[in-house]
Design a protein. Sequence first.
Length: 301
Amino acid sequence: MSAIKVRLFDAELKTPLIPASGVWGYGDEYDFVNNEFLGAFSTKGLSIKPREGNPVPRIAETECGVLNSVGLQNVGIKCFIEEKMPKIKDLGPKIIANFFGNTEEEYMDAARSLGAVKELFALEMNVSCPNIKTGGISFGQDPKMIEKLTSEVKKQSKKPLIVKLTPNVSNIPAIAKAAEEGGADAISLINTVRGMSIDIRTGKPSLATPIGGYSGKGIKPIAVRAVYETAKAVKIPIIGMGGIYTAEDVVEFMMAGASAVQIGSAVFSDPNICETIAKDLRLYCQENKIKDLSSIVGKAL
Ligand SMILES: Cc1cc2nc3c(=O)[nH]c(=O)nc-3n(C[C@H](O)[C@H](O)[C@H](O)COP(=O)(O)O)c2cc1C
């Protein structure tokens, strides 16, 4: 597998493939999957207090992807550390803890608690959440807010900090740059795209919320564009995601500037998809005489 190894921060990932936050639970439910093919995995978004999430229905299939309004349901950081970590710490893949808050203080508390867990590889800060102190504008929509939040959170732990951006803004590179200036070690993107659908038999929205986040095949061009634009704006590594289902998709994201990728909705159709993608990536390297997959990062820039 040596051709498809990648480096992230000071570590080597066996493959560039990372199951994305929200599709891999806490890593303990996928015991039937061969972990050999995962570079890392990202946990379900964690908050200081447990959350029940939104009312159902909160998942709806569409022609080219999935709408969800799970509402960041999670067991809370204390339970994650005490009950989930012992089960996942020796699985093999590196563990990225995804977290969020509704205030700057909640983000800082979360980063401090997770930052103290020695087996965690990195923290991934989801900034697509409303800041309840500023009337609900999402942290990820305002460069000033992002720079300050990143720099405060960065002080709470020594772990590499990945800032995960929302695509629901007009200028993603400006937000990415602000995160970099705040001290982010990497950017991951994209989170889901705001969307909705209507069940024409009932005349009602498919989701109870009724607007949710759209993911899967349909968002890939939006995600590739976001990675490409961001790669031109920042020097820190980028972890790309959004509609990745095949090795060709991974190559496309890497050529756009991603050093590693996350696999989200594709896992719902095939939990073993990372194994298939990794094997196909290896073939791609053989066929194209590529000794080190990282050599294609940013080729399209
Ligand atoms: C059901 C579901 C739950 C998700 N939960 C989270 C979450 O808790 N935190 C987060 O940062 N992203 C979450 N995401 C977003 C994914 O990690 C990813 O950014 C997005 O789905 C785009 O990738 P994809 O098109 O490969 O699915 C969730 C996505 C889905 C489909």
